[in-house]
Design a protein around this ligand. Structure first.
Ligand SMILES: [Zn+2]
Length: 51
């Protein structure tokens, strides 16, 4: 079976996203979670001062 996001042939897991059922590979599930809940490390942006 092929991942509905990236299309690779892998073992997929079922996910309900916005009311739709998707079958995604582990990489895409991890990526999707990262997109939907960005890590707090993003708040670390102000550590790069303008020189
Ligand atoms: Zn995938």
């Amino acid at each position: 079976m092929n991942c509905e996001r990236c299309g690779i042939d892998a073992s997929l897991a079922h996910r309900d996203i916005d009311g739709f059922a998707y079958y995604l590979c582990e990489a895409c599930i991890g990526g999707w979670d990262a997109v939907r809940s960005p890590p707090p490390a993003a708040a670390d942006e102000n550590r790069s001062p303008a020189r």
